[in-house]
Design a protein around this ligand. Structure first.
Ligand code: GAR
Length: 192
């Protein structure tokens, strides 16, 4: 089983989808650590419910990104983590983590990159009035949502859709695409 860490700042619905795929035998992995920069994030309650250990840190308690990322790398090594899955982790990854896990960090973003990078990609697409948006899974590099694309899936926006409906449709696609793509990468040996 490939040992993964999930990084999340919020709700953790993608973390739950990954756990569900593992329990259903569709994903040959184990999430050994959930890392969060938000002490009150709902993902932490979900991790506890699944019995997954958590590593929570307050970025403001450190002098810089290298300082807190060194602590994260330490925690990841203790748990023998092989791959990092960003799932709503709302922070750029710095050189410390990038070098320690080169080519083994992936992210999910709720748009068809390179369109609608950054914050509130769903709202950006909705406001732009595009008729097709979607989901992208990509390797993480030093940029914001710029790494090499691994997989994409599209989501249509009907004229009658609200922003909330679009979010529901995007997340439904995410919850299927992320576990499937992680399994494909594990089979390819990307994390080992
Ligand atoms: C997901 O929709 C993910 O694509 C997005 O945050 C949400 C997290 O949901 N990520 C980004 O916007 C990254 N720039 P979750 O906490 O329920 O998994």
């Amino acid at each position: 089983k490939t040992k993964l860490a999930v990084f999340a700042s919020g709700t953790g619905s993608n973390f739950v989808a990954i756990q569900a795929a593992i329990e259903q035998g569709e994903l040959d992995a184990e999430v050994v650590l959930v890392v969060s920069d938000q002490a009150n994030a709902l993902v932490l309650d979900k991790a506890k419910a699944f019995g997954v250990e958590t590593f929570v840190f307050d970025p403001k308690a450190f002098t810089n990104k290298a300082a807190f990322e060194s602590k994260i790398v330490e925690a990841l090594h203790i748990k023998a983590v092989e791959g990092i899955i960003l799932a709503g982790y709302m922070r750029l990854i710095g050189p410390t983590l990038l070098h320690a896990f080169e080519g083994r960090i992936i992210n999910i973003h709720p748009s068809l990159l390179p369109s609608f990078k950054g914050l509130d990609a769903i709202g950006q697409a909705f406001e732009a009035g595009v008729k097709i948006t979607g989901v992208t899974i990509h390797y993480v590099d030093a940029g914001m949502d710029t790494g090499r694309i691994i997989a994409q899936a599209c989501v249509a926006i009907d004229d009658a859709d609200t922003r909330a409906m679009l979010q529901t449709n995007i997340q439904q696609v995410e919850h299927k695409l992320y576990p499937e793509t992680i399994q494909t990468l594990i089979t390819k040996g990307d994390f080992s």
